[in-house]
Design a protein around this ligand. Structure first.
Ligand code: UDX
Length: 458
């Protein structure tokens, strides 16, 4: 552990688990390298600070007298247009963030820099400049998907976003190996706003003092090189974040004994772990197809059904009466799991995932091959890379998600030895471990990042 004095970093995460988790892991990494970390967090989804006792938290409230409530939480508003939701977050918190940052910086101890999530865009750059701070961006997604986001103006000019459904399998010539159906978009009532959010994110990265990636060179070398020639800011691919030794005591991590006890009773590599992250939702009809597909596959399964996952229902309301009794000990449904512990468990054979970037990295780092059912944005790009570039998973398209197809794909994914999927995934796991070792690429980039952050001070 290094000396902490005079080394302070302020962080500003986006308040969704898929963004907060990597930011808090990054906070642990900086803490281990001797920095103190203050986290400015929206009052929306404000975390429990007692779970992260090493960091200081400050809530940013957008509420002024006479103003309305916080944006409702996503779980309360399943089906709410995510694009509109992000627009509201960005608008409501821009000014309060600026004020809170100014108060924090004026508070005494020298601050090295601001680390803000790329999604916040250029307004955080402006706020940092006003108080004389440099801003480094955390991009929580992968480099491959960011390359596609950076190409949005070109893709729009070339008409890719208005291509007819009949041509979804056409290649995107400018972005191999992507097909039109892999472009990182999301169903929204406001496609222009999506375009604004994405281009603001990309411009915000270009104007930053550096980008931290939760990826490692052996996984995304070509994509990083390709982009670094267009972005004249330093890149720091220091991932996988969650595998860094941060020396934080284990009491900060919640143990999920019930799930682990159930996994302990299963045969090695026999369980399909199914989870679609913290934001995606499904129709009731899709939910039932998943349930029957899993059951008919006759494989053991651990399935995370988040409250709010199934549109218009509380939790398992639409599961047919007696379904779980029929499945018996072969299956377990939970509201939330400690995914890192689950993926590291020897009983887990395959991860059926929506391909959020954290899930992708976490699975690769445990050598667990994937079944990919991407739902939106970067997940669509990640799935293409998982299946066709890294070849550590199979795609089960959402439009094909009927019980017959699910049964077929799940059964075949469990026999992965034959096509080398697991071996390739284990090879990436080894590369990830190596990248964090002495003189590994991620360790070296972390050294550079620390020097970079400290250089702002002088
Ligand atoms: C969102 C986007 O959807 C994703 O595409 C983007 O890359 C990041 O932001 P999310 O959908 O939540 O993220 O997916 P993902 O990136 O996989 O992050 C989910 C996080 O929650 C992971 O760190 C995972 O370990 C954790 N998780 C999820 C759990 O700990 N338990 C669960 O039951 C489910």
């Amino acid at each position: 552990m290094e000396e902490r004095k005079g080394r302070r970093i302020i962080m500003f995460p986006v308040p969704f688990p898929g963004h907060f988790n990597p930011m808090i892991q990054l906070a642990g990494i900086f803490h281990h390298r001797g920095f103190s970390v203050s986290i400015l967090h929206t009052s929306h989804n404000f975390p429990d600070p007692s779970r992260h006792p090493h960091f200081t938290f400050r809530a940013i409230s957008h509420k002024k007298e006479g103003e309305g409530e916080d944006p409702p939480s996503r779980s309360e508003t399943s089906g709410l247009d995510l694009v509109s939701f992000i627009r509201v977050l960005k608008q409501k918190y821009a000014e309060p963030f600026r004020e809170t940052l100014a108060a924090e910086v004026g508070g005494g101890e020298t601050v090295c820099c601001l680390v803000s999530d790329a999604i916040w865009g250029r307004s955080t750059e402006d706020a940092a400049k006003e108080v004389g701070l440099r801003r480094v961006v955390l991009r929580t997604g992968g480099a491959a998907s960011f390359r596609a986001f950076a190409a949005f103006p070109l893709l729009r000019d070339k008409g890719y976003f208005s291509i007819l459904d009949s041509r979804l399998d056409d290649p995107v010539i400018e972005l191999p190996p992507l097909k039109v159906k892999d472009l990182p978009v999301i169903e929204t009532n406001d496609p222009d706003e999506l375009y604004r959010i994405i281009t603001d994110m990309v411009e915000g990265v270009k104007s930053s003092s550096g980008v931290i990636w939760n990826t490692f060179e052996d996984l995304e070398r070509d994509q990083l090189i390709d982009m670094s020639s267009n972005f004249h800011v330093p890149f720091f691919p220091i991932g996988p974040f969650h595998k860094h030794n941060n020396d934080l005591p284990p009491k900060t991590k919640k143990k999920d004994n019930e799930t682990i006890n159930w996994l302990d009773k299963q045969e090695p590599k026999s369980v399909v772990y199914a989870s679609f992250g913290s934001l995606a939702d499904v129709e009731e009809k899709e939910f039932l197809e998943i349930a029957w597909g899993l059951r008919n596959s006759k494989q053991s399964f651990l399935w995370v059904v988040r409250p709010g996952l199934v549109r218009g229902t509380e939790w398992l309301d639409s599961l047919p009466c007696g379904f779980m009794e029929n499945v018996g000990d072969k299956g377990k449904i939970v509201k939330w799991a400690n995914q890192l512990d689950v993926l590291a468990h020897p009983a887990v054979g395959v991860f059926w995932t929506h391909c959020g970037w954290n899930s992708t990295v976490e699975s690769i780092c445990e050598g667990v091959p994937m079944i990919c059912t991407p739902c939106f944005t970067d997940q669509l790009v990640n799935a293409r890379y998982i299946a066709d570039v890294w070849r550590v998973g199979k795609v089960l398209e959402r439009s094909m998600m009927n019980k017959g197809e699910i049964e077929k794909v799940v059964k075949s994914a469990m026999i992965v030895e034959g096509d080398g999927m697991r071996d390739r995934c284990l090879a990436f796991k080894e590369m990830a471990d190596k990248s964090l070792g002495k003189n590994g690429s991620s360790s070296n980039y972390l050294d550079k990042l620390v020097r970079h952050a400290l250089s702002f001070d002088s």
